[in-house]
Ligand binder design. Structure first.
Ligand code: IDP
Ligand code: MG
Length: 154
């Protein structure tokens, strides 16, 4: 099944929103398959945000992402990348729909709570960037019977 990465950014850790983020993704029915706290460093940030390296906001983004530990999570589910992006909301929190994490908890683009992979392909790449194979868990979730039709479960 599809895998995707979410990072609870330093503002989420500082503001005690890590549980709220996990709760919303669990409520959706997604499966948590990896979870850890880490301190991000320049090299991994430059790789992770490669597409933004030349942007004027990059130095601020790097400082923000290193300002405290983050919590990285790997999630699994049918087309889960799109689901997680919808739950997170638009990049610019003042344009994010109410009911999304960014719509409900953030105001500034530079303090927007969490990162989420933007495509199935980047989800796969990003989960591998932050998790070793042995840190990812393959287990049955009993509620799957009630969340998916058979063709979505396989
Ligand atoms: P995303 O996180 O919704 O995928 P991206 O466009 O990939 O958004 O940008 C990556 C991150 O860079 C954003 O989540 C935000 O933290 C930061 N960022 C993007 N645009 C700006 C900006 O205009 N000012 C400050 N930070 C920005
Ligand atoms: Mg992005």
């Amino acid at each position: 099944m599809e895998r995707t990465l979410l990072i609870a950014k330093p503002d989420a850790v500082q503001r005690g929103l890590v549980g709220e983020i996990i709760r919303r993704l669990e409520n959706k029915g997604l499966k948590l398959i990896g979870l850890k706290m880490m301190q991000l460093e320049d090299a991994v940030l430059r790789e992770h945000y490669e597409e933004h390296l030349e942007k004027s906001f990059y130095p601020g983004l790097e400082a923000y992402m290193k300002s405290s530990p983050v919590v990285v999570m790997a999630w699994e589910g049918y087309e889960c990348t799109a689901s997680v992006r919808l739950i997170l909301g638009a990049t610019h929190p003042r344009e994010a729909d109410a009911g999304t994490l960014r719509g409900d908890f953030a105001i500034g683009t530079g303090r927007n709570i969490a990162h989420a992979s933007d495509s199935a392909e980047s989800g796969k790449k990003e989960v591998a960037r932050f998790f070793a194979d042995k840190e990812l868990f393959d287990y049955d979730k009993s509620e799957y019977l009630h969340i998916y039709e058979a063709h979505e479960r396989n």
